[in-house]
Ligand binder design. Sequence first.
Ligand code: TNX
Length: 512
Amino acid sequence: LVLFASCKQKELPVYNLGETDLTQENLIPFPRSVEATNDGFALDPFTGIYTFSDEASEFEAIGLFLSKKIASKTGLTLPVNDREVERTDRIINIVQKDSISLSGDEAYELHIGRDTITLAATAPQGAFRGVQTLRQLIPEAGIDTLAEFPIWRIPTGRISDVPNFEYRGSMLDVARHFFSVEDVKKYLDLLAYYKINYLHLHLTDDQGWRIEIKSWPKLTEIGGSTEVGGEAGGYFTQEDYKDIVDYAARLYITIVPEVDMPGHTNAASASYAFLNGAEKPAKLYEGTRVGFSTFDTRKDTVYQFIDDVVREISDISPGPYFHIGGDESHVTKKDDYRYFVSRVEKIVQKYGKRMIGWDEVATADIDSTSIAQFWASLDNAKLAEQKGMQVILSPASKSYLDMKYDTLSEYGLAWAAYIPVDSAYIWTPETYSGIPRNQILGVEAPLWSETISNIEELEYLAFPRMIGYSELSWTDETNRDWEKFKVRLANQAAFLERMNVKYYPSPRIDWV
Ligand code: TNX
């Protein structure tokens, strides 16, 4: 309802927006603290976005990102840093400060007043995470007013927020089935909305090699030509991969590349026979068995090959991590396995990266700076702890996105568990593994692709569960509660539908 709607210069249309309650909004992940002041900010055609910072271009890009997202949700086109025009109405300021009440690059504060919204952060990452909160506070539908335009009511109050875990990830297996650059970008867009900051790409496996290595072209020519089920496969050129890395960087998401070895390497050995020490190249494999392949770990030429692969991928991966896989090397002798992992760790370090490996790598003699990804063995996770390593939590029975929801699921496996939406959320990463909190880097939910071959199937397994993992990794324990989360999750339907996401409409959720 417009009480005063004359749009003369400098006079604000004043709306009676009714009472609001910021604490009851459907924010996921739920912020560290939320205080309501019960009024409303009216997002209208006269709202402008302004950015103030030392890192001018990065903050301006974040302002433009917000403007673009507001346009696609509401149809409003808000100018960014348009200092020529004197705005007559609301202002959204995105401000870099030396310090705010919470510390950390991803921390932010959001003050929503009647006429001004101020988003403050010390670093662009924080501003970007805060922008996601603001996006979630803009209602899907505008309110009709007596003026010619609707307005979008944002509840007033204060939010200060910071992530609980510094590593909040998902993994996508592009090896068992290949996914296109466009598919990966769509997944990244969805992850960014829920403040995920790492996407781990499982780039190689028995069934396919998916990343161009210029010094070893047959890896993609031969090793990239197949996938599970006998379909055509595919691979990322280095340009494609850089495109993904850059796209992710604009969403403040870091790509973690994985080359899985010494097991899970049939596609590589089918391309170059010397890698597994055989006379003839291995046959391409299109099934779903695991644990049957291995590199020849005692041959220097194998390490020269790995040096090239790690160097070429590291050159186009600005992030701090390189994942060497290391899982399920069932046909590698134990000593050979341990020798291999230690030697490959040195190569990864030589190219300036920290090594991540699946939990088995903790059985080798490796550095405390390397990271173990706990998926199956608590004993291995304990070994990592004793070595002073940090651990990423991906327990299969809780966080594997490729596990079926229940017996009726169309896709997925069930070897670790059925993981319905509530079970995916109801566990405590802080205490689950018994690893001390300060050695837990974060949580990652892997999506293996033996049973899925296109984006709709990917979305069916990833959503809505991935939304729960975002809250498990960002929100502190005191703010997590299944009954409350369930309501906020139910309210994600409009967003998911607008984004054309074919999520699994779990009957355990009363979708709105
Ligand atoms: C185990 S998890 C694997 C993968 C499979 C997955 C299927 C892990 C480190 N290894 O090779 O794709 O199970 O759920």
